[in-house]
Design a binder for this molecule. Structure first.
Ligand SMILES: Cc1cc2nc3c(=O)[nH]c(=O)nc-3n(C[C@H](O)[C@H](O)[C@H](O)COP(=O)(O)OP(=O)(O)OC[C@H]3O[C@@H](n4cnc5c(N)ncnc54)[C@H](O)[C@@H]3O)c2cc1C
Length: 272
């Protein structure tokens, strides 16, 4: 099955909700007065966006919990779902049950990873699952409940979700799961969630990045070995690199510009 992620719904007015949440903290006005000023256009949409933009650069994260997104996610594997449900805060899950759903004729949908296909082992995988499917069906016909027949099913078996997640939690999930260290399937789901959010609130969606992104932490905190192997490592720094530069700076060791650097700066012809 193909992975599908659909945004079903979201906070009715995410920008207004966020603005109200931040503004309540920093204003002498009551939230009712702030709302009235939004309603009669004394506070414009542009002003709200501008204000939020500045707040998003800070670590004041709790207002972000007041905006939510609701997704339908289908065609993902149980290998993915084990990881997904490890997120405990700010996200509510409903997942297709293998107790209440019995696969008709034992035919369970499943995912074949690209690496298995490339290794030419997908036919063998299909043969094995055909056997699993047959035995599942035999068990169900013999009166074994679905909740026990499912003990046969592989991690590749597909499952579906309906989730509601607040923006702060979605940022955290993307921090971890858009990172190239995350599993490919989770990266795909997180990227699809991001593109759904981009369609309705691009000003918030662009903050959904791996943690090293310029709108997030800005640096990599994985091992230096992983950072060196990461394609994004070429454009985002590792935290040890930042500390080393800071240390050099404190010791006065940061290299001053050299004669040849100035030549490169001043020699317009050579740099064009
Ligand atoms: C690349 C990668 C590899 C992984 N490998 C493994 C593995 O080998 N084995 C394994 O078991 N898991 C593994 N995980 C899962 C990981 O350990 C977390 O369970 C998962 O990423 C959820 O992250 P979280 O706890 O930060 O998120 P959430 O549960 O969504 O938490 C959000 C934030 O709240 C904080 N928080 C939540 N609950 C509490 C609490 N009770 N007390 C204090 N703070 C809390 C979290 O620290 C986090 O900052 C891996 C994850 C990644 C991204």
């Amino acid at each position: 099955m193909t992975i599908q992620v659909t945004l079903l719904s979201h906070s009715p007015a995410p920008i207004r909700s966020l603005y109200m949440a931040f503004r309540t903290c920093y204003s002498q006005l009551t939230p009712q007065q702030v709302a009235a000023r939004i309603d009669d256009d004394r506070i414009t949409e542009d002003q709200m966006r501008e204000f939020i933009e500045e707040r998003l650069k800070t670590g004041h994260a709790s207002p972000l919990e007041q905006v939510w997104y609701e997704f339908a996610i289908s065609g993902v594997s149980r290998a993915f779902s084990h990881q997904f449900v490890r997120h405990r805060v700010g996200i509510s899950f409903e997942q297709q049950s293998q107790r209440y759903v019995t696969y008709k004729g034992g035919a369970f949908p499943y995912t074949v990873p690209e690496t298995v296909r490339k290794a030419g082992l997908d036919d063998k995988m299909a043969d094995l699952f055909e056997q699993v499917s047959g035995l599942y069906e035999e068990m169900v016909a013999a009166g074994v409940p679905a909740e026990d027949a499912r003990f046969l099913l592989p991690n590749a078996t597909n499952t579906n979700f309906k989730v509601t997640v607040n923006f702060q939690s979605l940022l955290h999930i993307c921090d971890l799961r858009l990172c190239t260290r995350a599993q490919w399937e989770f990266r795909k789901v997180a990227a699809l969630m991001r593109s759904e959010v981009m369609k309705v609130t691009p000003e918030l969606g662009r903050y959904l990045q791996p943690k090293c992104g310029e709108y997030r932490m800005g640096y990599c905190d994985e091992s230096e070995k992983d950072w060196a192997a990461c394609p994004i490592g070429r454009v985002r720094p590792h935290k040890q690199v930042l500390f080393r530069i800071y240390d050099q700076y404190r010791k006065g060791e940061v290299a001053p510009l050299r004669e040849e650097d100035w030549k490169a700066i001043e020699d317009v012809d050579a740099t064009e």
